[in-house]
Design a protein around this ligand. Structure first.
Ligand SMILES: [Zn+2]
Length: 466
């Protein structure tokens, strides 16, 4: 029997072990999409407790605790850090077979060198051990990143963000590149006209442009896009239910914008037209500046309206939606391709039923102009787990070129989640290792070792223009 989480965790053959330990393990990390706080990196934040570093903001853990019957006061409420940690610790043994069980123990091992299993019995000891280490300089947020060999992180930033923290980090030269990503979700959210108009007021201030017409609106946003570029941004990201690809005329969009400015609610058709126009506009700007554009599609958000009212968005009430994806995605990419304005693109699906759809879609627009121009992104959110990763890697192998994949990203809000790259690399090495031992791939270790290194690191480094 193998030991739990030993050196050869997730590696089922000798060749898998060798590929991981000799080719993948020591490579640095480029985390090209996450939700880390640039402010925390600028301040090199020190966490007072493991609760603050690990539980605050982590809605994956919150959902597990709620499912385990933990009262909200111990999750997002005003119970003490120690009480919250105890409730999480008592929940952990019940998370077996959820990725949280693996992540939790990998994180305790890799950051804190703690090999005990977390439970109600070990909670006190582990709370003390971790808190003690968190008080040392090596465990401030930059130290946590360096411990995992993180070379570069891309955060997620709204067009109105001042990027002051990115500027402060750059001036200090901290040994880790911290770059912004342009994420204009709010600049498309016209479903609620009142909050959109509030957003426009903030955009007016940020861009120093007064916005009364659609043209003003585009000028203000373009100014912000240029500002992001001048702050070393070369990546955009969009979180959407689906791609919007309605036909529209400029005149229609102008009229819709006037309606918004008057505070009138839009029809579904008008909302979809507005979003379609914005997506094309952003994509053209991204192309012009040589960006990599990313589209995360398929999340059905804020399903529990009672809890949403109580706690706000991103607190654990989201799930996988079953929106049709193929037609609009195809139309959108095709339109850009036809106009010769299709930037490097990564598409991520949340619904695993869309795996084959996405794996085959990327091939339509890989035109030989560069290797892997259009990418299908790694298993994301609910799919960021062993089976989700294996399924994504196998589907990509079967329908595209796994060898050209830009690989893993954390998409995380936590400074303690970087062992997820290790998790991915182990799974990748196991797939190749098993195929070699089954005689399904040649025993050409130098070549396959190179492919493993490409998918773990080199492809990412070459693909982005950081
Ligand atoms: Zn994200």
């Amino acid at each position: 029997m193998k030991q739990f989480l030993d050196d050869n965790f997730l590696l089922s053959t000798k060749t898998s072990e060798m590929l991981y330990h000799e080719y993948a393990k020591d490579l640095p990390i480029i985390d090209y999409h996450n939700h880390l706080s640039p402010e925390a990196i600028a301040n090199n934040t020190q966490f007072d407790t493991i609760t603050q570093a690990w539980l605050n903001g982590d809605h994956y853990k919150w959902r597990a605790m709620r499912t385990n019957g933990v009262y909200e006061g111990f999750i997002t409420g005003n119970k003490s850090d120690r009480e919250k940690f105890d409730q999480w610790a008592a929940t952990v043994p019940y998370t077996m077979r959820n990725p949280l069980y693996h992540w939790t123990h990998l994180e305790l091992k890799r950051y804190f060198d703690i090999h005990d299993l977390l439970s109600a019995q070990t909670a006190g000891k582990i709370y003390e051990q971790t808190n003690k280490l968190l008080q040392t300089d090596d465990f401030r947020v930059r130290g946590l990143l360096k411990k995992m060999k993180v070379e570069l992180v891309c955060t997620t930033d709204d067009p109105i963000d001042s990027l002051e923290h990115h500027q402060a980090i750059r001036e200090e030269n901290i040994g880790i590149q911290v770059l912004p990503a342009f994420r204009p979700d709010k600049a498309m959210q016209v479903d609620d006209v009142m909050s959109f108009n509030n957003y426009l007021n903030q955009l007016e201030a940020a861009a120093n442009v007064s916005i009364s017409s659609y043209q003003d609106y585009l000028s203000a946003l373009k100014k912000r896009h240029d500002y992001f570029v001048s702050n070393n941004c070369s990546v955009s990201d969009h979180g959407l239910e689906t791609i919007y690809a309605e036909d529209y005329t400029e005149a229609e969009v102008k009229l819709i914008f006037e309606k918004i400015r008057k505070g009138n609610q839009l029809t579904i058709e008008e909302i979809n037209i507005f979003k379609s126009a914005m997506l094309v506009t952003f994509a053209e700007w991204d192309f012009e500046k040589g960006f990599v554009q990313q589209y995360h599609v398929g999340a059905m958000r804020n399903n529990n309206s009672r809890k949403m009212k109580e706690l706000g968005p991103d607190t654990g009430w989201d799930s996988i939606g079953d929106y049709p994806q193929a037609k609009a995605l195809s139309k959108f990419l095709n339109q850009l391709d036809n106009n010769n304005t299709l930037a490097k693109t990564i598409i991520y699906n949340l619904n695993p039923a869309d795996n084959e759809v996405f794996a085959t879609m990327i091939g339509n627009f890989n035109d030989g102009s560069m290797a892997g121009k259009i990418q299908w992104g790694s298993g994301w959110w609910f799919m960021d787990q062993k089976e989700g990763m294996i399924s994504q890697l196998n589907t990509l192998s079967n329908m595209g070129l796994l060898s050209k994949f830009v690989g893993m990203l954390t998409d995380s809000r936590s400074f303690l989640s970087f062992p997820r790259h290790e998790y991915f690399r182990r799974i990748l090495c196991d797939l190749f290792g098993k195929d070699i031992e089954n005689g399904e791939l040649p025993n050409d270790i130098p070549w396959i070792g190179k492919l493993v290194q490409d998918i773990s690191y080199n492809n990412t480094k070459n693909y982005f223009s950081f």
